[in-house]
Design a protein around this ligand. Structure first.
Ligand code: PXG
Length: 464
């Protein structure tokens, strides 16, 4: 069907009115949104989405870091339809299982790093991290070390929006609502070279920032620390790519103090960094991996935990019942879609293609943005990239807190037909894996044009 025909059926104003009347959006000021009206997205195809006014937009964020195989994949829709007709739902609680869940567990183990042979399914990444929190504490209980309870995480990390996920995360604005974090969670500073690495080489800073973990373990007492959790590359925090020395040193420290290492791969997992998992790109072996998003390319909700052998063996051999699970753990329809999604990734070689082709191509083009007068730093890895907007490139002076340059820039991006997100003064992208070199050129041309427009705009506002 033609996009224009579908779009013309949508009454934008009516949808916006209903939206503001009844729909509370996540991470949104409902009153403010009601005043301006939400943009109504009605259709997607490949790397593009269309709004209800017929505007075509290049989706540089893959929805929310998830539509990795691109929009409009009939085989994913068919996998869901077929499974719904056969068995739309059954639980995995009471000595029962279902075929897609079993097959998916096997498929995920098949692409997982060495040392992973078990999968626990959830409905989302947040639930995956909640599962890990309980699983790790249960593991230490079973090891006779119940005092090993504390999780160490990082400032500006994102681990979800549930009570536990938001507590593990290091977002101050989230902690401020609902008295978080919950007890038993400590945070260290993030490995953001630009902010914290002045006067050091990147490699030196990688080691130094990893040793903040050692300092924290020693301050708490190694006998009380259960696990360290981190995203290979911080996504929602603004695509913060750690120095290459960081993760191997984190692993060394975790092993030295017998602290479990958790890799939250909700964004990086299933190929985003150019290998199946981000820990492979950064050269470390975690004990547990959280996944979601890319497992189904966002076509249907699904998340889970890859449980490494060390933890799985103890839980299985000594644990008895693990009193934890969700109605939708191992949902057959979600698992059927995930199976077809993984089949697409393999069939079309999408992960090696990021590693060898479109990833390096994007990196070259994106990092060249640093020649723009507003761009202080620009970095990319795989198909995720971020840049920092600065007032003065020579001194790297930042914009004032009351000059939301990222918001202004994002506005120009959206209005010019490209979705590039802002996180504070950082502008980020994570396009679908199916993006071609030509489409990267198209995206980069749009981004450059919008950076120019932002520069003119903020000059007019007197911010420069
Ligand atoms: N861990 C990581 C690393 C994530 O990026 C979650 C856990 C939670 O997953 P669920 O499926 O519960 O949302 C995420 C989710 C943003 C943004 O602003 C990022 C996420 C979610 C919402 C917004 O970039 N990532």
């Amino acid at each position: 069907m033609n996009a224009a025909t579908e779009i013309s059926n949508v009454d934008t104003r009516a949808i916006q009115a209903m939206d503001s009347a009844s729909y509370m959006h996540p991470f949104t000021d409902t009153k403010e949104l009601a005043a301006k009206g939400a943009r109504v997205i009605v259709k997607g195809d490949g790397i593009y989405v269309w709004d209800s006014e017929g505007k075509k937009i290049l989706d540089g964020m893959s929805g929310l870091w998830c539509v990795n195989v691109g929009y409009g994949r009939k085989s994913l829709a068919e996998a869901a339809y077929k499974q719904m007709n056969v068995l739309p739902y059954y639980n995995s609680f009471f000595n029962t299982t279902n075929v897609p869940a079993v097959e998916l567990a096997k498929a995920i183990v098949g692409i997982a790093p060495d040392g992973f042979h078990h999968v626990f399914f959830t409905g989302s990444g947040s639930e995956g991290n909640d599962t890990i929190f309980r699983m790790v504490r249960r593991y230490w209980d079973l090891q006779g070390q119940s005092q090993k309870k504390t999780f160490i995480a990082r400032n500006n990390a994102y681990h979800g929006s549930t009570v536990c996920g938001a507590s593990l995360g290091g977002m101050k604005d989230m902690h401020a609502q609902g008295d978080l974090p919950i007890p038993g969670i400590a945070h260290i500073e993030q490995p953001y070279y630009f902010e914290h690495g002045k006067g050091m080489s990147e490699d030196e800073f990688g080691l130094k920032s990893a040793r903040w973990l050692e300092d924290k373990i020693l301050a708490i007492g190694a006998d009380k620390v259960a696990a360290f959790i981190g995203e290979p590359v911080q996504g929602a925090g603004g695509v913060i790519i750690p120095p290459r020395t960081y993760w191997p040193e984190i692993q060394r420290i975790c092993r030295k103090y017998d602290v479990l290492l958790v890799s939250d791969e909700v964004i990086c997992g299933f190929g985003r960094t150019g290998q199946w998992f981000g820990c492979q790109t950064f050269g470390y072996q975690p004990d547990l991996i959280t996944f979601a998003k890319g497992v189904t390319s966002g076509y249907i909700p699904l998340g889970g935990v890859l449980v490494g052998d060390r933890v799985a063996q103890v839980l299985i051999e000594k644990g008895g019942d693990f009193n934890h699970g969700f109605t939708y753990s191992g949902h057959p329809v979600a698992c059927a879609v995930a199976l077809e999604n993984i089949a697409i990734l393999k069939r079309e070689n999408l992960v090696p293609r990021i590693h060898d082709d479109v990833g390096p191509y994007l990196k070259a083009k994106f990092e060249a943005l640093v020649d723009h007068p507003l761009v202080g730093i620009a970095n990319a890895i795989g198909l995720m990239a971020g840049l920092l907007l600065v007032r003065n490139k020579a001194t790297m002076e930042r914009f004032d807190a009351n000059q939301p340059v990222g918001v202004v820039c994002r506005g120009h991006m959206f209005n010019n037909g490209v979705i590039m997100r802002h996180v504070g003064d950082r502008m980020i992208i994570a396009p679908p894996f199916v993006i071609t070199r030509e489409q990267i050129d198209e995206m980069m041309a749009l981004i450059r044009r919008c950076l120019d427009a932002t520069l003119d705009d903020i000059k007019a506002r007197g911010w420069l």
